[in-house]
Design a protein around this ligand. Sequence first.
Ligand SMILES: [Mg+2]
Length: 271
Amino acid sequence: MRRGFLIDMDGVIYKSSQMLSGADQFINGLRQRGIPFLFLTNNSQRTRRDVATKLRRLGIEAFEEDIFTCAMATARFLATQKPNGTAYVIGEGGLLQALYQNGYSIVDHDPDYVVVGEGRTLTLEQMESAVKMINRGAKLIATNLDPNCPTADGVRPGCGAFVAMLEAATGTTAFSVGKPSPVMMRQARKELCLSTEDVVMVGDTMETDVLGGVQMGYRTVLVLTGSTQEADLAHYAYRPDYIVDSIADLCEHELVTGANAAPVEALAATT
Ligand SMILES: [Mg+2]
């Protein structure tokens, strides 16, 4: 049968700046078999070119077109909701570039949307401006609601933490586009030209990767090299279809070896 993979990165392919064992082999195997895939990330900070460069530096063959970020999903979503709109952005290059590419103007007053992503340049002045804009009618959009992001020595506040501050200050609720939102999960499937039953989501986080896949009807694979341990599954009302210790265990997995080996071009042409 046809098959394609959506692959989370942090905790699956790499950890901090270290490739996880087997990640390069897994990706090479998908390419050799002509199985389509996308790296799917809830980090809006980097452009897809930046992400591809990072992966290549880690030793994984990757190109811009292999990357799908929540910044891209957010910009494409806003372009369908309100073409050629305006946004006040709390975020960095990946989000700004995606918005520009989708016809948006970045403004510092009276925006249609306040759009929040990750970054390391956040200031209280930006938050204050955002609160005033939201109170005057701008809509609050989150690229994702991840409360924190893993680092080499613990976690740092994530986009969801910044958004929570704006929600508390304004009494509004943000609309979030990143995983597990069906908006991003569906966009990624369509990018691969695959049907729902053909998609396999691989990730390390139950609240985003696995929940997003479960809600869409994709098959889900939990890898245990990241944020979730097998014992944690007892706390969730949903389960992944497969659990593997690491991405290395997927290299010869039936999900890969049993897939249709037709070239990517042929898959796209028939969809
Ligand atoms: Mg992850």
